[in-house]
Write a protein that binds this ligand. Structure first.
Ligand code: MFK
Ligand code: FAD
Length: 558
């Protein structure tokens, strides 16, 4: 046909084009680290928009996962045949692993800035990843958890447990597809995801006779399975293709939850089991896991979220019986940071799409959208919110890096805080706040971006890099999983009123006072508006819960 055809908008490399991203890099990283990592970020920013990656993304989105539980004759299929994921999804998973989306955090090449480097890279990945970042988040959380367990329970671990944990840690932090492991995080049951006390899953320690009778079973890393047997039902398992899972279960007759870890696949070893057999993924069956159905979701279509029945799943007890909720919290806190980066990542990509359209689309008698004041004003509002959320999110990432640093932190690197301990307290306070509020900003901001493209913004565009509808659908889950807004508001109040509440408030007060006087904050282009926005967010969380006023030095701060 003839007539007008809209020239296609071109989304530019966000490393070059996104002023907020550039300012975030400049603000948080030292010059040396900036110089070291900029070439990689620039390359990665281009690669995530390359035809290769976009083809995988398209393939993953248009070929959702499926279950095929039995073979033609009715026998249960092997694990790798039961859950079918697309080629695009698997390629994107491998790419994320190779690029070190998780591994960078554990290679520790940038001292206390390591987490910043990692999440600045992940930020660029969000819009092209088809949510492989969800398994990555849980992989990272599990790696951190196991690291802490190996460190804290050093003397208390049995040799079998230690071997299993060390092997899992090495795989969770590996960059090599095929060798590297991702992890699931199973907390939610039919009784509830916010309040997990109604968990029905139970674990029973097997006797030596039972273990001997069962024969020797190994997982995909060749390590014998754990000595607990688990039965129950997990209502949401996002990374059903993961190699392992950390989860909660009750033990014995107790009503308290304990923390477990289990590989998801197993192979019975016998004399005939040769090494080819062991290396062949198709030989493995699920480790007492019986997928029931895949969830039919609004978004995250490529992500295999399933309901899983557990029957005789062999697992290792990870911590102390009855302490499971507290012990799994490092996973929650890491995945909540991923959630916040995913929110700003999705909004950042959506704004890049909106800007690309505004550069080529004409309206109002032939003017480009980017020259129409009403359009610019509307989008500027979203950009301001985005900028505030980027500052807050990467401040939390910065705190995470400080909190994990094994080397002493120089005073100038502590920035506005007086000690590493204060960073730990502030991280605990700001993680739930940031997770909750960035998700809400992203959802409303992306809706605005869709409108900025007019009708095309509402379409399931074939040009996947312009498909805002997909990003919008995917982003909605960020306010629900890993704690809904009200649950995180409750967590915020718990932190402020808990046994370390005074220390947390002192850290918060030091930070606020430092911010008010801070020149660097002004160079970020935020000035006091950032502080105000962050304080408003915390106040909002408090009000939702009718929490107490925040006092600092006896004065009401908020
Ligand atoms: C791409 C994006 C990346 C994200 C991917 C994610 C994909 C996975 C999707 C999922 O959704 S996985 C499931 C996530 N589930 C949740 O987030 C659960 C939401 N609910 C909560 O967080 C509740 O607050 C909680 C279940 C923890 C409350 O349980 P309880 O039984 O009421 O526990 P309680 O008594 O409040 O806390 C027990 C202990 O844990 C306390 O310590 P003490 O015993 O010393 O007092 C708490 O302080 C501690 N605790 C709880 N939450 C903590 C924590 N400690 C540190 N950090 C936390 N976040
Ligand atoms: P409920 O807990 O029943 O919440 C319902 C409503 O009650 C919400 O509005 C909530 O805010 C409100 N509410 C609950 N408690 C309170 C309170 N104390 N104060 C005020 N209001 C409250 N879970 C996993 O464990 N692993 C996974 O891999 C996983 N993947 C998921 C993937 C997707 C796509 C989705 C949608 C969910 C996934 N989940 C997973 C589950 C998710 O974590 C839960 O849905 C979430 O924690 C909420 O739990 P729920 O669905 O039981 O809702």
């Amino acid at each position: 046909s003839t007539g007008f055809f809209q020239p296609k908008p071109k989304v530019r490399n966000q490393f070059d084009e996104d002023v907020t991203y550039r300012r975030t890099i400049a603000f948080y990283l030292s010059e040396q680290t900036r110089n070291q990592i900029s070439p990689d970020l620039s390359r990665w920013g281009a690669h995530v928009l390359s035809p290769q990656v976009l083809t995988w993304l398209s393939n993953a989105e248009s070929h959702p996962p499926s279950l095929q539980l039995r073979d033609s004759f009715g026998s249960p299929a092997s694990a790798s045949k039961q859950l079918i994921t697309s080629e695009g999804w698997r390629n994107l998973q491998d790419l994320g692993l190779k690029e070190g989306i998780v591994a960078i955090g554990y290679e520790k090449q940038h001292g206390h800035q390591t987490r910043l480097v990692q999440f600045l890279k992940m930020f660029l990945w969000c819009g092209s990843s088809s949510t492989v970042t969800c398994p990555s988040a849980m992989q990272d959380g599990a790696a951190r958890l196991i690291y802490l367990m190996l460190e804290k329970r050093d003397g208390k671990l049995g040799p079998a447990e230690r071997k299993a944990l060390e092997s899992a840690y090495a795989r969770l932090t590996s960059r090599t597809p095929g060798h590297a492991w991702t992890s699931g995080q199973w907390m939610t049951e039919r009784t509830g995801g916010s309040d997990v006390r109604g968990t029905e899953t139970r674990a029973r320690k097997l006797s030596e006779v039972e273990i001997a009778d069962a024969g020797e079973w190994i997982s995909t890393d060749g390590i014998p399975l754990g000595d607990w047997s688990v039965d129950g039902f997990k209502w949401f398992s996002s990374a059903t293709d993961a190699d392992m899972a950390v989860f909660l279960a009750k033990t014995g007759d107790s009503d308290n939850l304990s923390l477990f870890f289990a590989p998801t696949r197993r192979l019975q070893q016998n004399k005939e089991t040769d090494s080819n057999h062991i290396n062949d993924a198709t030989q493995y069956e699920f480790n007492g896991i019986y997928p029931q159905r895949l969830k039919n979701k609004l978004g995250t279509k490529a992500l295999p979220t399933a309901e899983l029945e557990l029957k005789g799943m062999r697992a290792h007890l990870l911590g102390t019986e009855g302490q499971g909720t507290k012990e799994i919290s490092p996973v929650l806190n890491i995945t909540r940071v991923y959630n916040a980066v995913s929110s700003v990542g999705a909004l950042g990509r959506s704004l890049a799409i909106s800007r690309a359209f505004a550069r080529v689309r004409k309206a109002a008698g032939g003017r480009l959208l980017m020259d129409i004041p009403a359009h610019v004003r509307g989008m500027a509002n979203v950009h301001v919110q985005y900028r505030g959320d980027m500052a807050l999110t990467f401040f939390v990432v910065y705190l995470l890096g400080i909190s994990e640093s094994e080397a002493p932190i120089a005073q100038q690197d502590l920035h506005l805080l007086s000690s590493k301990e204060q960073a730990v307290h502030l991280l605990r306070l700001l993680t739930p706040v940031t997770k909750a509020m960035t998700a809400l900003t992203a959802i409303s901001g992306i809706r605005f971006c869709m409108e900025s493209l007019g009708g095309v913004g509402y379409l399931e565009n074939e040009d996947i890099e312009l498909n805002l509808a997909k990003i919008f659908r995917d982003t909605n889950v960020l306010a629900i999983w890993e704690g809904t807004t009200d649950v995180l508001a409750g967590d915020t109040v718990r932190v402020l009123t808990g046994s370390r509440g005074t220390d947390v408030l002192n850290a918060f007060g030091t930070w606020v006072h430092g911010l008010v006087a801070s020149k660097p904050v002004q160079t970020l282009g935020l000035g006091l508006s950032s502080l105000t926005a962050e304080m408003q967010q915390i106040r909002h969380m408090m009000q939702r819960n009718k929490g107490p006023a925040i006092l600092y030095n006896g004065r009401e701060l908020l």
